[in-house]
Design a protein around this ligand. Sequence first.
Ligand code: SF4
Length: 346
Amino acid sequence: MRIAHWIKYQLLKYRLLDFSRITTFGWEVRLEGSSKCQLKCPLCLTGIGKHRNETVVGWGHLKFAHFKQFVDSHPRIRAIELSNYGEIFLNPEIKDILEYAHQRGVTLTAGNGVNLNNIKEEVIEALVKYRFGRMKVSIDGASEETYQIYRVGGSFEQVIRNIRRINHYKQYYGSKYPKMKWQFIIFGHNEHELPKARQMAQELGMTFKPKLNYKTKKYAVKDKDYVAQESGLGVATVEDYEKQRNHLYSPACLQLWSSPQINWDGKLLGCCVNFFGDFGNVFEQGLEQCLQSERYQYAKQMVLGEKPARDDIPCTRCKRYQRVKQMPFRESLLQEFKKSNRHKIL
Ligand code: SF4
C-alpha cells in the first residue's frame, strides 16, 4: 500500500513538472463581487484610493448578468470565492447573485474577507437561506475605540450586531451556514485585546484567526513574545514566519493553479494580489482561453523559476515574485495539488 502511495506521489510530481498541462486544479475560481469599499483602512490599496483610478482593478460591482452568464457558460465551476479588494455587500445585486448560485448548486464563499459594516436585512437572511459557504469577517479589535484605529469609518458595534443577526437566521433556518471566522490583524495598538476577541468569537460561534501584519515598522507589535504566544503562531512578524518556515506567509501565487482570480469586470488577474495587469477578459473570451494564453502559461513558469521575468507579465512588478523564487514553491504547489481532488480526474 505504501509503495502504491509512493508511486502515485511520484506520478503527481512528474505531472507537475509538466505544469502547462494543468489549467486549474479543480472547479473553483475567485470572482470579485465588488472592488468598492466604504472604509479607509490605511494599509489597504482600496482604502487609500489606489485602485479607484490607478490600477487594473478599478472601482465597480460584479453585475448579476455577468455572474449568470459566467455560471451558465462554465458548468464545471462548483465554488466561487467572491471577496478580494472590496466589500461584496455593497454590490446592489448581491442577493440575486446568492440566490442564483444556490439554484445552480454553486457554493459561494468570502474567505478573503468582508468588513460587514453595511448589509441589508434581506441579504443577511439570504446568506443563510441560500447556504453561503463561509465568510471571514475582519475585526481588528475587541472594542469600538481599538477597532476604529485601523478600520477607519467602520463601527465595531454595527459589525457585532450584524453577526448576531446572521446567527439569528442560522437558528431560525436550523443551518450552520455561513460558517464564520473572526480575522484579527495584529497591530501594536490592538495586541492587548487578542484574548477578549478570541473569547467573543467563541461566544458568537466563530472560529478565530489572528493574522500578522505586513508593515512591521509603522504598525509594529509591542511585545513580540506575547504576540508569538497569544496568536498561536510562534512568531510576531511576517519576516520571522517566512525565515522560520521557509515558505511564504500568504502564498497567493498558488491561486494561478488552484483558483484563478477574476476581477469584477471579467479581467483575469490570476491571483488575488495582482493589480499590475491582466491576462485577457473572461466575460468576453471565456475562462479556458484566458488560462491557456501564452502569457498566463508564461507567468506560471516564471513563478516556478523556470523562465526569466518578462516586461509584459504582471508578476514582474510584484514584490512577492522575488521572494517566491527563493522559497520551495514547487513543494507548496504539490501539497495544494494533493489537497485538491484534481489528481482524480487527470
Ligand atoms: S508573483 Fe505576485 S502577481 Fe504573480 S502570482 Fe505571485 S503574488 Fe500574484
